[in-house]
Design a protein around this ligand. Structure first.
Ligand SMILES: NC(=O)c1ccc[n+]([C@@H]2O[C@H](COP(=O)([O-])OP(=O)(O)OC[C@H]3O[C@@H](n4cnc5c(N)ncnc54)[C@H](O)[C@@H]3O)[C@@H](O)[C@H]2O)c1
Length: 325
């Protein structure tokens, strides 16, 4: 199938490399930044299209890698043109917009994949599988961390404009809201605090999520670290053991199980493919499902539910009160 990328920035480049691993025919890109689009096109030996409409005419799948506030209009345009859609996260900036996008794709009979990439990180995937298999018993606590530096964009830094990016909670923490929901099920209530009242650089937040079925999650996110730092960590605790992983350690996922007769207390789990590129894996998955008609492992509705949690967290930050979903 033929694929086109909308945008030519950071994620467009990452996705172009990912598409190259899928067997799809990468046709070209269209972007508001022509100079950047030309560079991307030269790097991947693809065509630069004059505009979005022209790109849509030439492809079966469109991959949307533009700032978040533009996702809705671009997805609706693709659905109207009858093209399958891959769209970077967050799905949108409001639940209503996300719903309209899902409905438009359903009505048009096109597939809609929202790129919730953390589900394709081998460490996160393996840890989830271990929990699902009951290896740590009943899941009680999840501690998830994702702290980085403030996104740096020369010129117009749209990330710092909450009306375009949703801010740190929506843009960054959404990954762990999705992951926590993947493991813990539906969220009942959230309570959160931010280090400062306004949006912009240097934000750091902690959110507590209560799940309907019992577990709790403490999720930490920040754009408050020095340039170059990107730390993620998970710590999943259950009645029979603990699974932990941190980007600070170059170690595989470890699980500590309660000691049983004849068993060691600590089990190191070798994990193959830690170096697999999760962005390539997610596009390979999306492509295969679009070709075969198989359901996606992570649905657009999952992307929407993660946004719903992120917006509740923002509301809790704004009001200082817990928010029930
Ligand atoms: N999954 C992840 O890990 C991850 C990481 C970073 C960003 N993202 C998401 O990816 C999306 C893009 O982020 P980015 O960092 O690549 O942004 P970027 O600023 O690097 O690139 C955005 C691109 O969109 C183009 N663009 C802007 N307006 C346009 C328009 N009207 N028509 C056509 N092109 C237009 C720009 O010219 C630029 O090429 C965002 O939604 C962001 O939240 C996801």
């Amino acid at each position: 199938m033929r694929v086109g990328i909308l945008g030519s920035g950071v994620m467009a480049e990452v996705h172009a490399a990912g598409w190259r691993t899928t067997g799809a025919e990468l046709m070209g890109c269209a972007s508001a930044n022509l100079e950047q689009a030309v560079r991307l096109a030269q790097q991947f030996n693809i065509k630069v299209y004059q505009n979005y409409a022209e790109l849509l005419r030439d492809v079966d799948i469109i991959d949307i890698c533009v700032p978040t506030h533009l996702h809705k209009q671009m997805v609706l345009q693709a659905a109207t043109a009858g093209r399958h859609v891959v769209c970077e996260k967050p799905i949108a900036l409001s639940v209503q917009d996300g719903l309209e996008m899902i409905e438009a794709c359903d009505r048009a009979g096109v597939r809609f994949f929202v790129a919730m990439v953390v589900r394709f990180f081998p460490q996160y995937r393996l840890s989830r599988e271990l929990v699902a298999r009951g290896q740590i018993g009943k899941l009680g606590v999840m501690r998830l961390k994702r702290v980085s530096y403030t996104p740096q964009k020369p010129g117009d830094n749209w990330y710092l404009d909450e009306s375009r990016s949703g801010g740190m909670v929506v843009d960054l923490m959404i990954h762990d809201f999705d992951y926590a929901r993947w493991l813990g099920g539906e969220v009942e209530r959230v309570f959160a605090r931010l280090n400062k009242a306004t949006d912009g650089p240097g934000q750091y937040a902690q959110a507590i999520l209560r799940f309907r079925d019992g577990p709790m999650a403490l999720i930490e996110g920040g754009w408050a670290y020095p340039p170059g730092v990107f730390r993620t960590a998970l710590d999943l605790s259950g009645t029979e053991g603990l699974i932990e992983w941190s980007s600070d350690e170059h170690a595989p996922v470890r699980s500590f199980l309660l000691q049983r007769p004849g068993e060691a207390a600590s089990v190191g789990l070798p994990i193959s493919g830690l170096s697999d590129d999760p962005y390539a894996l997610e596009l390979q998955h999306a492509y295969r499902c679009i070709q075969t008609g198989e359901p996606f492992e992570v649905t657009a509705q999952d992307g929407l539910e993660a946004l719903r949690i992120a917006l509740a967290v923002k509301e809790s930050i704004a009001t200082g009160k817990p928010v029930t979903l």
